[in-house]
Design a binder for this molecule. Sequence first.
Ligand code: NAI
Ligand code: MG
Length: 476
Amino acid sequence: MKKYQSYIGGKWIDSLSKETIPVDDPATGKILGEMACAKKEDVDLAIEAASKAFKSRILVDMHPLERVKLMRKIAEELRKVSKEAGKLLCYENGKPLAGAEYEFVDAANYFDYYGGLTDKLEGKTIPVNKGVIDYTVLEPYGVSAHIIPWNYPISMLGRSLACSFATGNSTIVKTPEQTPLAAASFFAQALEKAGIPKGTINIICGYGDEAGSYLTHHKDVAQITFTGSVPTGKKILHAAAERAIPTVIELGGKSAAIVYPDADLDKVVETAKGAIFGHAGQICSAMSRAVVHKSVKNELLEKLSKLSKSLKVGAGYEGGELTPVISEKQLQKVENYSRSGTQAGAEAITGGKRVDRPGYFFEATVFDKVKQDMTIANEEIFGPVLSVIEYQDPEEAIKIANDSDYGLAAGVFTKNLNQATEASNKLEVGQVYVNSWFTGSIATPFGGYKRSGFSREKGQEALKSYLQVKNIGIQL
Ligand code: NAI
Ligand code: MG
């Protein structure tokens, strides 16, 4: 059994208690390896290392062009290992192999992108009284704590880490207990090979309510970044509120695609394949609701049903298209939601139960006759389950799409550009996709409205979350 260690202060170490977390393959349930389980004393070590690195000003005082080079080097090292590392990630996470490999490329892209901005963090001079020079400088907060979810453990890690590193913070990453292996090994090794100053980045894993909670409550943590569920997000906000420190919060969604009568239905179906059945629907911005015009609903349902039955069920490493959910617990959660849908009067036209094979597979499921007051129309299921809601007039469609506590993403399918822009203006979400889904790149701001959070990650927008502004006034 391979053991994986914490990466603290430039060293790989066991947890002081020697306790480990077993990590399994969601496609079989077999144990893949053991991860060092960080407890309070291990979190303390990581915080000590990060604080020491930050106080030494090694990143802040580094010539900006040197920081650019260092970040480009990290990107290069991550790209080099993407094949091998992607394989390990594929085993622990369950997603298709190409997607797992791409997470390392994606993380590399973030280091390239923010590396290109790290020498362009400029303050301004502000005209005040005669005889006064007034200027601003942008400074990092200090020790930045990142709590990472299991669905995109390497992409998410790269996304927030590249930003906090580019801005000169020292970072502690708490990886998810379900998928910590590729981060602890390949990712940390890439950082080490690139030659990051010791302690500027530390990667630990532990249980959320233990290591995660202790880390986010720690007095020496100056900023927190969190992506995950609403209940945990609220706990993080409480922890931050106790010490009045800033947070980046991204909390998932219940995103609706509006399908107008003139929509290209094949395009909708092709999009749904990735947007709700890809990675078994475990995506914060998944297309989990389809708000469909009455006149095209039956035709669309037929096509969706065909799609869901055509998907090859299997592990990511065996070319599966419908891959497993992350754990038995998650599978039961999806089952319970599905059952609640049926009990409330919705009809699973396809799918609706776990797949009869080892591992944590759930059938690609499409619910018809979903009404707004049903749980499956409101809560984030995080499984391959699409809820179809019928509408008759365009205003009603917008109303249904907006009738959610969440506001992460929404999509519109139509050939009418006026209709698309009008709907885009009215939708209460952080991103709108037109005739597509997940459209955007690392350069486009991403985040939620309403209960989906309030921060923006990706793009230049994200840098603001890791910087504070200091004003300096000089009386001549
Ligand atoms: P979670 O939100 O509890 O876990 C996400 C991360 O937070 C993990 O690293 C976990 O260890 C950490 N964490 C948990 N409790 C913590 C605490 N008290 N203090 C600090 N850190 C803590 O999500 P979980 O339990 O893995 O999944 C439950 C549901 O959350 C899923 O079914 C899904 O609906 C949602 N979820 C949404 C994600 C998104 O991208 N929006 C990602 C992961 C989960
Ligand atoms: Mg597992």
